[in-house]
Design a protein around this ligand. Sequence first.
Ligand SMILES: NC(=O)c1ccc[n+]([C@@H]2O[C@H](COP(=O)([O-])OP(=O)(O)OC[C@H]3O[C@@H](n4cnc5c(N)ncnc54)[C@H](O)[C@@H]3O)[C@@H](O)[C@H]2O)c1
Length: 312
Amino acid sequence: MKVVVTGAAGFIGSQLVERLLAEGHDVLGIDAFIDFYPRADKEQNLAGARGHASYRLVEGRLQDLALPSLLEGTSQVYHLAAQAGVRPSWGRDFEIYVDNNVLATQRLLEAAVTAGVPRFVYASSSSVYGDTPALPLREDGVCRPVSPYGVTKLGGEHLVHLYGTNHGLPVVSLRYFTVYGPRQRPDMAFHRFLKAARDGSEIHLYGDGRQTRDFTFVDDIVSATRAAADQGRPGRVYNVGGGDRVELNHVLDQVRAVTGRDPKIVREATQKGDMRDTLADTGAAREDLGFRSTVSLREGLAREWDWMRNRT
Ligand SMILES: NC(=O)c1ccc[n+]([C@@H]2O[C@H](COP(=O)([O-])OP(=O)(O)OC[C@H]3O[C@@H](n4cnc5c(N)ncnc54)[C@H](O)[C@@H]3O)[C@@H](O)[C@H]2O)c1
């Protein structure tokens, strides 16, 4: 197959590209190298795929590229490009989120319709839900995001659905729950915790640490994303989560156990836009995609720690 991956230089996208190449597909990656975190990190993410005979990387913004010709003859589009990050999405920078998460998605959907792409997978987020007392979060539950980022990811999801129903584009959306593992973005909690452990610096912890998250190891996210393209039901939305609700304070205990170090914790105020708790109901993904979480938090953290220790 010829497949297209947007956000191909990112944390998750680069690992999806490697999986697709290992399966023998021809992969066209697209990435704009937006400056949310250093380009050097993304160049390291690309190291495994660059130079592979079946890989081509196009640098540019989805909003600017001649997408219909790039998508010609493509069997599957994986749309992972986005401006990520909950906390910086307030204020003036909201414009960047609208541009990269809503407008870019609409441009790509138009091109996918023009090119007659038979399968389109969209990387959505648990952030679309917002705070709700009802856990686990189910795909048919209310979506009322508590961050501007979540609003743009939900906007993208609505667009995806719209192009599915109005133009017959076979679309599937996946709501990823807090992804971690090697190459995790530098703004994300585990990355910051493990880096602090490595460098002997302080960990800044937002809130009381009793907030909970359903953490998902990146390999499991990649597997679910591949399965969504091959066997997801068109028009469906699926939660993809690790299946456990873990307190941030417990994560810190695990960080101490895995690293053998005890970094100083500096407690900071809860940040606007952070959800209090998340836990995915993954019944639909289990049934339709054969999804199951295969990597425990302890094992996954150890793998991220290995990566953190060996990077420059
Ligand atoms: N990491 C998580 O925990 C998580 C959770 C839920 C959802 N997601 C979603 O998964 C996807 C991947 O996230 P990630 O953590 O790998 O982020 P990332 O920032 O590492 O990767 C995203 C990539 O998209 C590129 N990009 C952004 N806007 C673009 C544009 N307009 N045109 C072309 N390229 C553009 C960036 O340069 C970046 O390399 C995103 O859609 C994100 O919203 C991630």
